[in-house]
Every structure is written in structure tokens, then in C-alpha cells.
Ligand binder design. Structure first.
Ligand code: 5AD
Ligand code: SF4
Length: 438
């Protein structure tokens, strides 16, 4: 039996697909690259914006001919759209055999059994927190030097635009001992970098152990020289976490800290729980504690009622903070969220031109910052070949910048010392000068 998983969305979803793959391989399934030869197809969907959801449904539609040719093909709709839409999915498409929410991964064998034996169309979106309880050692992780590791699930915040609390449920943390065990396990499998995952990792708690303590506990894991965590919430980024970033040698000098807007009025309407001043104070503390830290962020443009001045405030924030990377999106109303019910007379074309302007300005900032690195020598963890060609390797610096350089395939998964020779807004190019001993 062959399976294929299509994945959309964030790292959490990518890692959930690895867990689904682990469950399937435990049942004797083998992976295949081609949907056409699969007996089981899982669509692991994202619903953060309408476009993401549409992509999954249009992919689903493209499977009609295949399903007609091979009626025994089983199609499962998983992930955040599954959680959000539930039964509706069966009405919307006759191609879907079962629906599985992101917190019910361990139920996959049961659902498959029901599809096969009872010919029913089962659904499980029970919020049983099993992606935290799920033994991450069973995941079939993708090849490469970096392993994802779920430390918590869900989000208790109430940001008005966000569907995630609906799709991922309430916060729940994985016990620290299980996190350490899993990190040791992946280190034993040869992974060099661990990225701790959660929708709001700063809220991690196991009894008295908070995220800063957890980072400390993970320092003892042999073989893991790079530790990252995502996603952080500015209102929860405590001094203890900042200190742990400073004091733990394996914690990388990079942080994703979504700000969403540079206007206090918009932040308040979004119910983000911080002001621009407080956000900037966090940035100052981070930069003082962790020299050279790279900061990335998320921005939503065109939130309902966003005025020209409010948008300008976001541009000013970008100009002042000079982020190393910005992920920006036009606001997309999501079903059942508070923001979707707010009056919004902003024209889509204006929102898109604002987005374009913001991205243009940010490109210039990134280009300038990256060009300042030309001539530097940096440690790169090689994760594979670049799209530029077979003899060009691609890797990341500790501060998460992409570096391309010529080198042999034997370096994949290894550290290399690279001198930066040129820079674009999104990546650096260089040459290898000497291998660093792992
Ligand atoms: N519309 C547009 N962008 C959104 N995001 C979350 N919800 C929405 C929405 N309804 C963005 C936020 C978040 C990132 C993962 O996606 O910036 O940080
Ligand atoms: Fe998409 Fe959010 Fe779900 Fe990740 S958690 S897959 S970003 S909706």
C-alpha cells in the first residue's frame, strides 16, 4: 500500500504530516512521490487565509479523474480546514472519504479501518490534544539537518483576525522530560538542529518549567548545536526567555516575532495585547542581550478600517526596526472570527497596493542589510542543493539567512565555513573556505 501526503501551511502542519507519515508507515504503508500511484492520499490543509483554503479545494478538485479511474483510492482531508469545516467538507466534495482534525492524528488507523470495512465517511476532529501527547519519536521526519519538535499545541489568545484558536484548540504543553527525550532521539538519528514548535511557544509551561528553562534543559543534548523555537508572541516574550537566549550557547541568534501592525489603534482593534512601544522595547532588549540577533516578523495589511496614517505607522516601524525578514499578507476575513464581522470599506486594490509598497520598502532594507555581510565568514549548516543547480549547495546561517555556495553533495547535513561574496534581498552567495568540525 502506497501513500502520499500533500501539505500546505506552517511548520506545525509540515511536522503534522511527518507524524501522519509515521503512523502510516507503522501500518505498513510506503511513501510515494506520485499521487497517481497512491492508494491513500492525505491533504494536510491550512486555513489561515482564504487563499490557502482555496488551494486545498482546487487540488482536491483536480483529483476527480484519478478517483474515477481508481475508485479504491482513499482520500483523507486533514489539518486546519478539516477542523474548521468538519461535516461541511463531505457536502462540499464527494471525493473526500474521511476528515481528520490536527489534534486527532493518532485516530488515523481507526478512520482508515472504518472507510475500508464499513464504507462509511468518518470524521474525527476531537480536541484530545494528541499532537502533544503523540510520541514524536514515531514521526517519519523529512531528511535534512533540521528536526521539528512539537512542544505545545493550541493558542489561548483571542486575536480578532485569527482562525488558529478554532482549528488548534486550547494551549497544552508537552512535558519537559518528553521534549528532552525526543530531542535526544532525533540527535541519535543524526539531526543537527532542533526547531521547537507551538503556536505560542512563549506560553510553554510544564509545572514550574517555562520556555527559558526548557531551552536550558536542552543544552545537554549531544549533537544538537542549533536550537530554534517558533512562534513567539511579543506580549509573552519574558525577560527570562531573553536571558535564556543570551545564556544558552546552542540557541540561535534569530527570532520570529510577529508584530502585525505598527499602529497602536490597529493593534488594539486586533486585540494583540501590546503597544508599538512595548514591542520596540522587546526588540531593544533582545538586541542588547543577543548581539547580532536576526529578527523576522509578520504584518497584516488592510485590517478592517486601516487608515492611510495607520498604514504609514507600519512603514515607519519597518524603517526603524529594520527586520531581517518580513512575511506580509493582505487581511483575509476568516469564518467565525471577530474581525470578519467588522465593517470594512477598504478596497481590495488599495490593500494590495499597500502590501506592494511595504514589500518593496522591505526588499530595500533586506538588500542593504545583506550586502553589509559581504566579506564576512559564517557557519552554514547545509540542508541540500540549491535550485540554482546541482553543484550549488544551500544552507542556513545561525541567524537563519539562506546561503548558496558551490560544494560537494557530501557536505549535505554538515557545517561549512563560507565567505560571503554577494548578497540579494533574500539570500547570500559565497565560497567555502574550510570545513568546521561538527
Ligand atoms: N488574514 C491575513 N493574515 C493573517 N494571518 C493570520 N490570520 C490572518 C488573516 N485572517 C497572518 C498573521 C500571522 C501569520 C501566520 O498569518 O500575520 O502571524
Ligand atoms: Fe495554517 Fe495556522 Fe493551521 Fe498552520 S496553524 S496550518 S498556519 S491555519
Amino acid at each position: 500500500m502506497r501513500y502520499r501526503i500533500e501539505t500546505w501551511g506552517c511548520q506545525m502542519n509540515v511536522h503534522d504530516s511527518e507524524k501522519l507519515a509515521g503512523v502510516l508507515e507503522g501500518l505498513g504503508y510506503h511513501g510515494t512521490q506520485e499521487a497517481a500511484s497512491a492508494d491513500l492520499l492525505l491533504l494536510n490543509t491550512c486555513s489561515i487565509r482564504e487563499k490557502a483554503e482555496e488551494k486545498a479545494f482546487s487540488f482536491l478538485g483536480s483529483l476527480r479523474a484519478l478517483k474515477q479511474m481508481r475508485p479504491q483510492l482513499i482520500i483523507g482531508l486533514c489539518g486546519c480546514v478539516a477542523q474548521q469545516e468538519g461535516e461541511e467538507i463531505f457536502k462540499r466534495s464527494d471525493l473526500v472519504d474521511f476528515v481528520l482534525g490536527p489534534r486527532a492524528i493518532a485516530s488515523l488507523p481507526l478512520l482508515l479501518d472504518e472507510v475500508r470495512t464499513r464504507r462509511s465517511r468518518p470524521l474525527d476532529r476531537g480536541l484530545r490534544d494528541d499532537s502533544v501527547r503523540f510520541d514524536g519519536r514515531l514521526a517519519r521526519r523529512n531528511p535534512g539537518p533540521r528536526a521539528f519538535l512539537t512542544i505545545m499545541e493550541g493558542c489561548n489568545k483571542t486575536c480578532t483576525y485569527c482562525i488558529v484558536p478554532t482549528t488548534r484548540g486550547r494551549e497544552l504543553s508537552k512535558p519537559a522530560a518528553a521534549v528532552v527525550q525526543e530531542a535526544e532521539f532525533v540527535a541519535g538519528q543524526g539531526y543537527r538542529e532542533v526547531e521547537l514548535l507551538g503556536q505560542n511557544v512563549n506560553a510553554y509551561r510544564d509545572g514550574k518549567v517555562h520556555l527559558g528553562d526548557l531551552l536550558g534543559l536542552l543544552q545537554g543534548v549531544d549533537g544538537i548545536r542549533r536550537l530554534r523555537f517558533t512562534t513567539s508572541h511579543p506580549a509573552h516574550l519574558s525577560d527570562a526567555i531573553v536571558q535564556a537566549m543570551r545564556d544558552c550557547p546552542t540557541v540561535c541568534n534569530a527570532l520570529h516575532l510577529p508584530v502585525q501592525s505598527g499602529s497602536d489603534a490597529v493593534l488594539e482593534r486586533m486585540r494583540r495585547g501590546y503597544t508599538v512601544r512595548r514591542y520596540r522595547d522587546r526588540v531593544d532588549r533582545l538586541r542588547a542581550a543577543v548581539p547580532g540577533i536576526a529578527l523576522s516578523t509578520d504584518i497584516i495589511v488592510g485590517y478592517p478600517g486601516e487608515t492611510g496614517e495607520e498604514f504609514d505607522a507600519t512603514l515607519r516601524l519597518l524603517q526603524d526596526v529594520e527586520f531581517d525578514q518580513v512575511y506580509s499578507f493582505v487581511f483575509s476575513p476568516r469564518p467565525g472570527t471577530d474581525a470578519a464581522g467588522e465593517p470594512d470599506d477598504g478596497e481590495q486594490a488599495l490593500k494590495e497596493s499597500r502590501l506592494h509598497e511595504l514589500q518593496q520598502r522591505q526588499r530595500e532594507i533586506q538588500l542593504r542589510k545583506n550586502q553589509a555581510l559581504v566579506g564576512c565568514v559564517t557557519e552554514v549548516l547545509v540542508d541540500g542543493f540549491s535550485r540554482m543547480g546541482d553543484s550549488i549547495l544551500k544552507g542556513r546561517t545561525r541567524c537563519n539567512r539562506v546561503v548558496n555556495f558551490p560544494g560537494p553533495g557530501s557536505l549535505v547535513g554538515e557545517y561549512a565555513c563560507v565567505e560571503i561574496q554577494s548578497a540579494g534581498p533574500n539570500s547570500l552567495e559565497g565560497r567555502r573556505i574550510a570545513a568546521v568540525r561538527p
